[in-house]
Design a protein around this ligand. Structure first.
Ligand code: 3H9
Length: 650
């Protein structure tokens, strides 16, 4: 049974038991509706306690049902029936009450909770808005300003705040149910508060709306749901609950069929699947409490900060005292920036820095459970590091390279215990970027691989397993993306048109602006090295720019010109003149066509990557693009885009 009923001296206890997260599906809705009717008709029942089995209340509507048409009974009707039941329903909450779960709790006449309870309406993360009264009942319980934060700004309310806001009527210690039943018996002796929807909200000052609109619009790049959630809430306050509910429902139903929500749901399931690849399920990871990081440059410092943020102790190795103090300053600077943004306290920053030990000449590395090499991208340099680590580290310590291009098998050649070696490819800035490409070699032991995934989870990262090829998944697709963008430029499409089209699609920057920011010289040196090896690499516009000293923002110009201290790209007559010998006559191309060309190129490379077994699934490729390369989340990733394009009738 997905919903169970027990009776305790006139109190019915209704438990939603739908593992793993008690999501509300059709069966749960049917059963709740039937129970509301049945219990109302039972003269022996005085009240109903509604709870969730296990460690959480209800994580919301069953997202897996969203691919199908809505089927009755509809959740708003179930909640309305519960709210108007003759026998009052009281929610008893432990753990998460999210989305439809919170809406269900708001339909109850009272709510009690343990200290573990937390409340949120995360629908906007899925490209929809609450669809079962959340935008209407919440402001009537907590007040409008607080409700805006929850409905449209993703704020999670913990148990203490819930009490303060009147969202929870009493905090109860475990065991929850006896406490809840005692609370209900007492409550029945008094007058119950009116149903949430009948409460009169006080309309806020106009500035509350305008401020909220401004805040939300500035934070939600490309996503339409948050502002629409605010609109539904506002409608209910200004025009009454009935109008608000109708507005909420129609917005919910129209967003439910949108590309935005399909993309976000695709990523929701992909992100969860990524953390638990089938072939390592059940394999225990090794214990990692202390990690070493070799190399304290931007990447090494970022990796160290990410490890410290996750509670690990870190030994950071540099070549000399200057290197060590640069790295320590850089890491302290990252924590200080987090403190200034209010993300951590000064004490937390100090505690994290306390767990950092710096070392010259590998002192302390023998204590590490895992060592990540983040030195210069050069095979000989990396091999020298692993030759040293092979001697110094414990035989069971895991050794990882952060290489982004070099074949990890070459790096690990001659390493004693190659089964403990793997690639852990972080993305810069490593303390922020969510993607971690995990690159096992054929010799990597399963528990070492499992440790890589476990580490990613601890660091709050999205792990994607990548096979070995030049650039793994992400950089290989990036190369193809850039090559296609350059092909457009060579074909006479203005680079500003290409950049504008990709920004319009949702990228923060277009491909040429991005190259200018990152610098054109690294790719140029790559091509020069290949040419030196005798490989037939054609001369590209980027080569001409670098040879003319235009390496990007850092030299005041690349594809575009930049004024000193200003990162805004300006059209460059000089760049146009330099690349002119390789560029055809000017061609106008619509933004949509530009996007389609670049998407197709990325997806084609993705398909090749899949065919070669470099990525395990198309969804993994999308995760790499979204979490490592700025692909707009609301667009789902290149493989998702390709699926949509193929599904469209011609
Ligand atoms: C909604 O409620 C709409 C309403 O307003 C209106 C309706 C009319 N449905 O994350 P985990 C699965 S929209 C289906 O790894 P954790 C998840 O895929 C909903 N499945 O665990 C995974 O499956 P698997 C608004 C769901 O402990 C498993 O449960 N609610 C749902 O790290 C475990 O999940 C949300 O957006 C769901 N709603 O975190 C809440 N939720 O084992 C979304 C989870 O096969 N959920 N699954 O990979 C969460 O935030 C987290 O899952 C939660 C648990 C915090 C609950």
């Amino acid at each position: 049974m997905t919903v169970n009923v027990d009776i305790d001296g006139g109190i019915a206890i209704v438990t939603i038991a739908n593992p793993p997260v008690n999501a509300i599906n059709k069966t749960v809705r049917e059963r709740l509706l039937a129970l509301a009717q049945e219990l109302d008709g039972d003269p022996a029942i005085r009240a109903v306690v509604l709870t969730g089995a296990g460690t959480l209340f209800v994580a919301g509507a069953d997202i897996a049902e969203f691919d199908r048409p809505v089927e009755p009974p509809f959740l708003p009707d179930v909640i309305a029936r519960i709210e108007r039941a003759e026998k009052p329903w009281i929610a008893a909450i432990r753990g998460a009450a999210l989305g439809g779960g919170l809406e269900l709790a708001l339909g109850c006449r009272l709510r009690v909770a343990t200290g573990t309870a937390r409340f949120a309406l995360p629908e906007v993360n899925l490209g929809i808005i609450p669809g079962a009264g959340g935008t209407q009942r919440l402001p009537r319980v907590t007040g409008v300003a607080e409700a805006i934060r929850v409905v449209a700004e993703n704020h999670t309310v913990d148990a203490a705040e819930a009490v303060r806001l009147g969202l929870v009527d009493a905090l109860i210690e475990e065991p929850l149910l006896p406490g809840a039943i005692a609370f209900v018996r007492e409550a029945l002796e008094k007058t119950l508060p009116p149903p949430s929807l009948d409460r009169r909200p006080s309309a806020p000052a106009q500035e509350v709306w305008t401020e909220a609109e401004k805040r939300i619009a500035s934070r939600t790049k490309g996503a339409s749901a948050p502002l629409q959630a605010l609109e539904a809430l506002k409608c209910g306050i200004e025009q009454g609950a009935e109008a608000g509910l109708a507005r909420e429902r129609s917005t919910f139903l129209s967003l439910r069929g949108s590309e935005e929500t399909a993309a976000l749901r695709h990523l929701f399931f992909a992100e969860r699947a990524a953390l638990r690849p089938a072939d390592i399920r059940g394999i225990a990871p090794r214990l990692v409490a202390t990690a070493g990081v070799v190399g304290g440059g931007t990447m090494g410092s970022g990796i160290a900060a990410a490890l410290l943020n996750a509670g690990l102790s870190v030994v950071l190795v540099e070549q000399d005292t200057a290197g060590v103090s640069r790295a320590r300053d850089a890491i302290a600077g990252l924590f200080e920036a987090s403190r200034r943004r209010g993300q951590i306290t000064g004490d937390e920053a100090a505690e994290r820095l306390n767990r950092l030990e710096t070392s010259i000449g590998y002192d302390g590395v023998d204590r590490c459970d895992l060592v990540i090499e983040a030195v210069f991208e050069d095979l000989a340099v990396k091999r020298a590091v692993f030759a040293a680590l092979g001697h110094i580290c414990r035989p069971d310590a895991i050794l990882a390279t952060n290489t982004s291009y070099i074949d990890p098998r070459l790096i690990a050649e001659g390493l004693p215990g190659p089964e403990r070696f793997l690639g852990l490819h972080f993305f810069s800035p490593a303390q922020i970027m969510k993607l971690l490409e995990i690159v096992p070699t054929p010799e990597t032991a399963p528990d070492v691989l499992a440790t890589g995934f476990d580490l990613a989870r601890r660091l709050g990262k999205i792990p994607v397993r990548a096979g070995i090829c030049d650039g793994f998944i992400g950089n290989r697709i990036l190369r193809r993306f850039r090559a296609e963008a350059e092909a457009l430029a060579r074909g006479g499409v203005p680079i500003a048109a290409v950049d504008a089209a990709m920004r319009g699609f949702g990228f923060a920057m277009g491909p040429f602006e991005m190259q200018d920011m990152a610098g054109l010289d690294i790719a140029f040196l790559h091509r020069e090295a290949a040419r030196a090896r005798g490989e037939p690499v054609p001369v590209l516009p980027g080569d001409l720019l670098v040879r003319a000293g235009r390496k990007g923002q850092k030299t005041g110009g690349g594809w575009y010109d930049y004024a000193p201290g200003d990162r805004r790209p300006r059209p460059s007559a000089e760049a146009e003149r330099i690349i002119a010998p390789l560029v055809g006559p000017r061609t106008e191309m619509a933004g949509e066509a530009i996007v389609a060309r670049l998407m197709a190129a990325m997806a084609q490379e993705g398909q090749a990557i899949l065919k070669e077994g470099i990525a395990a699934s198309a969804a993994d490729i999308d995760l790499v693009e979204v979490h490592g390369y700025g692909f707009p989340r609301t667009r789902g990733g290149p493989m998702f885009q390709m699926g949509r394009a193929e599904a469209k009738p011609i």
